[in-house]
Structure formats: structure tokens, C-alpha cells
Design a protein around this ligand. Structure first.
Ligand code: HEC
Ligand code: HEC
Ligand code: HEC
Ligand code: HEC
Ligand code: HEC
Length: 234
């Protein structure tokens, strides 16, 4: 039986076609990828997380302090997302963990067999951390520092909004240079008693406006944010 061959020009044509399909596919993939980068999306950016963790429930209804989970905000540049064991305190599914001193500790059983919490139980078992996706991300050439803000009376709410009302965390501020500088030039409105930085629903006493209240604390703390380039680009 005679084998069927496409004429030679078809081979070339197929190559060109395949090539352009690949190029186009690559192009679309790049566009889609770029469109999901935090720096591109900025305000409104909210990736789908491996576990549908709700700040509205945990920080709002249950009133857990932000620092219960983001326990490095006051000491370190980075706020850090909590290790799985923090979740395990309540959602360990009856597993046993080891305390720093070597003694065993029972983990909590709230929603102990919820399928939504399977990645948490798997992580406790394997010791591999849950891969939370970043929501906020400034470019690497920018130096940002959480402790420098929260210990000086700038509340989480000034930069992250009402996280305690969010089912899914979403970026609410542009994190652009002009945004940083606007506050560095006129910080008063954003300064409060540093003890209250995680009290997101705080309002000043009735006889004071935000400006008066903030100015008082700014004076007390001698707040004077820098605006020279090397503050944020070092
Ligand atoms: C029970 C633990 C817990 C508490 C309490 C908590 N968080 Fe979170 N937070 C998480 C986890 C887990 C993530 C990562 C998943 C996500 O983005 O929802 C996160 C993410 C965030 C992010 C986004 C991080 C990023 O990638 O940019 C911000 C901002 C944040 N939390 C602020 C707060 C504030 C403000 C409070 C207090 C009102 C708070 N959190 C209370 C566990 C907690
Ligand atoms: C102090 C205890 C506590 C800690 C710590 C805690 N949670 Fe929860 N979580 C709860 C409670 C209480 C509920 C359930 C409330 C209800 O069902 O009414 C809950 C519910 C949930 C649910 C919904 C489960 C379902 O099947 O409906 C998820 C998901 C969840 N938590 C994730 C997390 C993650 C992730 C962490 C760690 C970052 C965490 N939680 C830390 C107390 C806690
Ligand atoms: C002055 C503005 C500002 C304040 C105040 C602030 N944040 Fe942030 N936060 C940011 C910026 C900017 C980023 C992105 C940092 C980066 O990309 O390095 C961020 C990132 C985060 C992250 C992701 C992990 C990380 O460190 O990059 C968490 C979690 C977080 N913030 C929680 C909090 C909590 C909780 C508070 C209050 C106790 C708070 N932030 C106060 C601006 C702020
Ligand atoms: C809502 C107000 C506010 C915003 C927004 C803000 N800052 Fe600040 N920043 C402050 C205050 C207040 C201080 C503390 C100044 C002091 O200690 O006297 C500070 C301090 C700092 C410091 C420590 C150095 C210094 O000035 O003493 C750095 C670094 C910094 N900010 C970077 C940033 C960057 C980068 C951004 C934007 C991504 C930003 N800040 C956004 C208010 C703000
Ligand atoms: C308070 C913090 C802060 C200070 C002070 C600051 N910058 Fe920036 N700068 C930023 C942030 C945040 C970005 C990233 C903006 C973005 O991703 O959109 C940035 C971005 C830039 C860029 C990249 C282009 C752009 O606009 O995105 C240049 C160039 C730059 N800064 C130069 C400077 C120079 C020059 C100075 C001094 C006159 C300075 N910056 C002072 C925070 C700061």
C-alpha cells in the first residue's frame, strides 16, 4: 500500500503554524501572568488562598488580636504570616504537638474534620508550611518596615483598611511612592496611642477631631517621618 505524504510545502506551513501558535500561547500566558502580579493589579488584589481563611470571622467575630497570628509586626520589618501551629491551636484535629520544652501539647479540635482545613492538618503532619499567596508586595528596591510604623502609633487600618471586616484580604491602598510620601509629609491624622494600633474600629474621644487627637500623639511621640530618598531606597 502506498503511504500518503503531504507535499513538502505543507511541512513548512505546519511548522510556521505551530510556531505562531506557540508564540501566541506564550504571549497570552505572559499577559495573563502579568495581569495577576500584585504590582500590576494593586488595589483590589485578592488571590485565592489554599485555605479559605476569614479575617472577618477570626479577627472580627472571634476578636483575636492581629498579633496573635502576625506576632512579628512589632519587632521586625516583616509582619509574617502565621505558622500552621498557630491555626493548630484550635484546628489541630486532635493532634499532639511538642512544646518548646519538649513536653507534648494537645491541639484544638474546632471543625476537627472539616475538609476546608485539610491543608492545615496535612501541614501539621508533614511539617511543610501552607503556601499562602502574597497579597501586598512592594518592589524589592523599596525598603519598608512594619515595626517602624506600628511602634510609632500608625495603625494597621491606615494601610490595610478594615481587615476585621474582610472575608478575603484585599489590597485597599495603592502602596505607591506618592502614597507613602503623602503620609510622611502629613502624618498627624494617622497617629494614635501605639497601644491601639490593632484596635481597627478605634475613634478619638468625642471632644476631639482626628486631627487634634493625632497631633497630640504625634507631639508626644515626637513623630517626624523622613522623606529623603535613602529612607526607602537603600
Ligand atoms: C487567626 C490568625 C490571624 C489573625 C488573628 C489575623 N490574621 Fe491576618 N492573616 C492570617 C493568615 C493565615 C493570612 C494569609 C492568608 C490570607 O491572606 O488571608 C493573613 C494575611 C493578612 C494580610 C495580607 C498579607 C499579605 O500577603 O499581604 C494582612 C494585611 C493581614 N493578614 C492583616 C491582619 C490584621 C490587620 C489583623 C488584625 C485585625 C489580622 N491580620 C489578624 C492570619 C491571621
Ligand atoms: C483561637 C482559636 C482559633 C484559631 C487560632 C484559628 N481559628 Fe479558625 N476557627 C475558629 C472557630 C471558633 C471557628 C468556627 C466558628 C463557627 O463555626 O462558628 C473557625 C473556623 C475556621 C474555618 C471554617 C471551617 C469550616 O469548615 O467551616 C476555617 C477554614 C478556619 N477557621 C481557618 C483557620 C486558619 C487557617 C487558622 C490559622 C491561620 C485558624 N483558623 C486559626 C477558631 C480559631
Ligand atoms: C504604613 C503602612 C502599614 C502599616 C501601618 C501596616 N502595614 Fe502591613 N504591609 C504594608 C506594606 C507596604 C506591605 C508590603 C510589604 C512588602 O512587600 O515588603 C505590608 C505587608 C503586610 C503583611 C504581609 C507580610 C509582610 O510582612 O510582607 C502582613 C501579614 C501585614 N502587612 C500585616 C499588618 C498588620 C497586622 C499591621 C498592624 C499591626 C500592619 N500590617 C500595619 C503596610 C503597612
Ligand atoms: C499612614 C502613614 C504612613 C504611610 C502610608 C507610610 N508611612 Fe512610613 N512612616 C510613617 C511614620 C509616622 C513613621 C515614623 C516616623 C518617626 O519615627 O518619627 C514612618 C517611618 C518609616 C520608615 C523608618 C524611617 C523613618 O522615617 O524614621 C520607613 C523606612 C518608612 N516609613 C517607609 C515607608 C514606605 C516605603 C511606605 C510606603 C510603602 C510608607 N513608609 C508609608 C508613616 C507612614
Ligand atoms: C517614603 C518612602 C519613599 C521615599 C522617601 C522615596 N520613595 Fe521612591 N518609591 C517608593 C515606593 C513605595 C516605590 C514603588 C512604587 C510602585 O511600585 O508603584 C518607589 C519607586 C521609585 C522609583 C521607580 C519609579 C516609580 O515611580 O515607580 C524611583 C525612580 C524612585 N522611587 C525614586 C525616588 C527618589 C529619587 C526619591 C527621593 C527624592 C524617592 N524615591 C523617595 C517609596 C519612596
Amino acid at each position: 500500500m502506498q503511504e500518503f505524504h503531504f507535499p513538502n510545502w505543507v511541512n513548512k506551513f505546519t511548522l510556521v503554524l505551530l510556531g505562531s501558535l506557540l508564540l501566541f500561547g506564550g504571549y497570552m500566558a505572559t499577559v495573563l501572568y502579568a495581569a495577576t502580579l500584585p504590582t500590576t493589579v494593586n488595589v483590589g488584589h485578592r488571590p485565592i488562598q489554599p485555605v479559605p481563611f476569614s479575617h472577618k470571622l477570626h479577627a472580627g467575630t472571634l476578636k483575636l488580636d492581629c498579633r496573635y497570628c502576625h506576632n512579628t509586626v512589632e519587632q521586625a520589618a516583616h509582619a509574617a504570616v502565621p505558622p500552621t501551629e498557630t491555626c493548630g491551636n484550635c484546628h489541630g484535629g486532635n493532634r499532639v504537638a511538642t512544646n518548646p520544652d519538649g513536653t507534648p501539647r494537645d491541639l484544638g479540635v474546632i471543625h476537627g474534620d472539616s475538609p476546608l482545613l485539610e491543608p492545615i492538618r496535612a501541614s501539621l503532619e508533614s511539617g511543610k508550611s501552607v503556601e499562602w499567596l502574597r497579597v501586598h508586595d512592594v518592589p524589592d528596591f523599596v525598603y519598608f518596615n512594619h515595626a517602624a510604623h506600628v511602634t510609632r502609633g500608625v495603625s494597621c487600618v491606615s494601610c490595610h483598611g478594615r481587615i476585621d471586616k474582610m472575608e478575603v484580604v484585599q489590597q485597599v491602598e495603592p502602596l505607591a511612592m506618592s502614597w507613602c510620601l503623602e503620609c510622611h509629609r502629613n502624618p498627624e491624622r494617622h497617629i494614635r496611642d501605639p497601644e491601639l494600633v490593632t484596635t481597627l474600629d478605634f475613634v478619638p474621644p468625642e471632644d476631639q477631631t482626628w486631627e487634634e487627637y493625632g497631633a497630640e500623639w504625634a507631639k508626644k511621640l515626637e513623630i517626624n517621618p523622613k522623606t529623603n530618598c535613602s529612607t526607602c531606597h537603600r
